[in-house]
Every structure is written in structure tokens, then in C-alpha cells.
Design a protein around this ligand. Structure first.
Ligand code: MRU
Length: 351
């Protein structure tokens, strides 16, 4: 394994440039980058989880929109029409993380405001907007860490599920930012990492990130969380989120809901760490969050080895929804929402 440090997502060049991503499907064995010079490559990278995590797919899609606007256009109207098609296409790559549609809407709105300008001026503005989305996420992640670190006591064991780290964001992460900041503040933590079946984001990505930063970490199978809690090893759970409804119900990687139920059963606080771009006030509760269904092969022959009888029926939802009443607090870049109520969320977002 190489120690080379690269950015999760970067843009190379000017408006005619390209997107470069860490190909997360290759981690932890290989740290390699993928060049995306056309929209299809960006779409495939999001769909195949080469880039993944709610904020990261929003950022990647924003740069994808820049790429989609690169083709020649006679005038602004033609460019705007093409941009709309590109954004619609990219938005269809994954349904659950609202950061994707949030970022693409921002790109379309920025372009629409310039409908009287020339295509080169619109292209320049689109790159500027994608860079702003990227930079804002960096800042939001740092702020989430600052707000959340105080919730963790020195010497705590903490548990996380999936990967809500630098790989899932511009850098630093959401849930992992809380751990990194607590450690930077001198607290000693021990992180229990759920491997996160079926695609092993915890084992492949979170364990790798924590080791890169020297945070003490222990990998467990998802099914071990209850035992680890019962043994008193965990004093808090922190996860990320893909979409948070107006009432605080939070979608995250499949298995998160079980962890929240287990945390409640063991009187352990369960925290969600997420930027304001992950809230979706257009939906009332978690029942309206679209849940991505993924291919059966991810379960029956994950990572290339068949582990179930051919033809077996499979159900593979990629996300679940944790009801707000199981969430002790939501840690955002604007502060900590605690207790998690509709009013507290609305107040935080309107600030
Ligand atoms: O399917 P994935 O790997 O994109 O799922 C990612 C998660 O569930 C993360 O926890 C979530 O996006 C938050 S990332 C800061």
C-alpha cells in the first residue's frame, strides 16, 4: 500500500480541464486516480462508487456539469439546454443522497442567471460554482469537526458505520472529522469500524483513513456491534447521512438504523454528522426518502467470489432511514441540533 496523499476530488486546468478522482473501488490495496474527461465517465464513477459519499458525489457531479458544458454551443440558450440534459442525466446516477441534486441545482441556477451572456462566460461561471461547492464542503467538514468534538469524552470508544471521511467529502469528512478534531484537541479515542456489508466501505475506506491519520481503530463485522456495545467498549456512535428529512429522520448506509436501535438499547448516544447540504426540507419525514436498490451480485458475488447459490432471490437496499427519535443530536457546520426536532432543524437552517 502506498502512502502517497492525493485529494479525493480535484479539477485540473481551466474551463476546458478535467476531473480527477481517487478510484475508491481500488482501495485499500491501490491508491490510484481516475481521469474523467467526459460526462459518461463521471456518471459511471458515481454509479459504480468510484466516487461515493453524499458530499463527494455532489462535488463530482458539479464538475461533471462543467464537463458537459464544454461542447461547442452557438449561444447561451443552446448551452443551457445541454446543461439541463447533462444535469438530469447525472442526477439519475444515484437517488438517495440529496447532495447530488442540491449541487446540480446550484449549477443550473448559476447558468440560468447568465442567460444573456456568452457561452464562454457561462462556462467560466460554472467552473467557479463547482469550485465554490467544493471549497464550501471543505469548510463545512472542518466546522462539523469543531462542533462535534466536544460531544466525545476523552478516553471514549466510538463506533462508526460506512465511510463518512475525507473520501466521502472534499476532505476531512463529517463523522470522521469529529474524531480527527477530537484527537487534534488532545482527546484519546478508540474507533470501532463496522465493515459495512455488502460493499465494505468501513473495512476498505474508513479503516484505511483512520490508519493513515494514526487514529486507533478496530475493525468489526457489522453483526458484532451489539456485543461490542454490551462489553462497554463504545460510549458514542457517530455516522454520516445521505439525506435528512424536515423532521430529522436520516438516511444513511444500510445497517445504520440497526446500529441506532442497538445504541438506544445500550443507552449510548447516537449522533449524525452532516452538512446543511444534506438536509431536504421538501420532504416531511424519512418515509419519503428514495432508497437506492443495487444489484444482487453485490451480495451473491461481492468482490468477484460467489458466496451464495446461483439464482437465489436477493434484496439489496443500499440505505436505510434512522428515525429522528433515535438520534441524540445532529452535528452540522452551523452547530449541534439537540434535541432533534422539526423546529430546531428549521431554525438552524434558516440562520
Ligand atoms: O453508498 P455510499 O458509499 O455512497 O454511502 C455513503 C454513506 O452512506 C455515507 O455515510 C454518507 O454518504 C455520508 S458521507 C459524509
Amino acid at each position: 500500500m502506498t502512502e502517497k496523499r492525493v485529494e479525493t476530488i480535484r479539477w485540473v486546468g481551466d474551463e476546458d480541464g478535467q476531473l480527477v478522482l481517487i478510484d475508491q473501488t481500488k482501495l485499500p490495496l491501490q491508491l490510484v486516480e481516475l481521469n474523467c474527461a467526459d460526462v459518461e465517465t463521471v456518471w459511471e464513477a458515481i454509479k459504480s462508487l468510484r466516487v461515493r459519499g453524499a458530499p463527494a458525489i455532489g462535488i463530482a457531479a458539479a464538475y461533471g456539469a462543467v464537463i458537459g458544458a464544454q461542447a461547442a454551443a452557438d449561444d447561451a440558450a443552446e448551452l443551457l439546454q445541454r446543461l439541463q440534459q447533462v444535469c438530469e442525466h447525472l442526477n439519475a446516477s444515484r437517488p438517495t443522497a440529496v447532495n447530488l441534486s442540491w449541487a446540480l441545482r446550484r449549477m443550473e441556477q448559476r447558468a440560468a442567471a447568465l442567460r444573456d451572456e456568452s457561452p464562454p462566460a457561462i462556462r467560466a461561471a460554472l467552473l467557479d460554482e463547482a469550485r465554490a461547492i467544493h471549497e464550501e464542503d471543505r469548510r463545512m467538514c472542518r466546522a462539523i469537526g469543531r462542533h462535534g468534538a466536544g460531544l466525545l469524552a476523552d478516553g471514549s470508544g466510538v463506533l462508526t458505520h460506512c465511510n463518512a471521511g475525507g473520501l466521502a467529502t472534499a476532505e476531512y469528512g463529517t463523522a470522521l472529522s469529529v474524531f480527527f478534531t477530537a484527537q487534534d484537541n488532545g482527546k484519546k479515542l478508540h474507533v470501532y469500524v463496522d465493515e459495512t456489508r455488502p460493499l465494505l466501505q468501513g473495512a476498505r475506506l474508513t479503516a484505511w483513513e483512520l490508519m493513515q491519520r494514526g487514529v486507533p481503530a478496530t475493525l468489526i463485522c457489522d453483526s458484532m456491534a451489539a456485543q461490542v456495545m454490551r462489553e462497554g467498549r463504545v460510549q458514542a456512535v457517530v455516522t454520516g447521512a445521505d439525506r435528512i428529512a424536515a423532521n430529522g429522520d436520516s438516511a444513511n448506509k444500510i445497517g445504520t438504523y440497526s446500529i441506532a436501535v442497538l445504541a438506544r438499547a445500550h443507552q449510548i448516544p447516537f449522533y449524525v454528522a452532516a452538512p446543511s447540504s444534506t438536509f431536504d426540507l421538501s420532504i416531511d419525514d424519512g418515509g419519503q426518502i428514495p432508497i437506492e436498490q443495487r444489484a444482487a451480485e453485490e451480495i451473491t458475488e461481492g468482490f468477484g467470489r460467489q458466496t451464495a447459490p446461483a439464482g437465489v432471490d436477493v434484496y439489496n437496499p443500499a440505505f436505510d432511514v434512522t428515525p429522528a427519535d433515535l438520534i441524540a443530536a445532529i452535528i452540522t457546520e452551523r452547530g449541534v441540533v439537540q434535541p432533534v426536532t422539526r423546529d430546531a432543524i428549521a431554525a438552524m437552517l434558516s440562520e
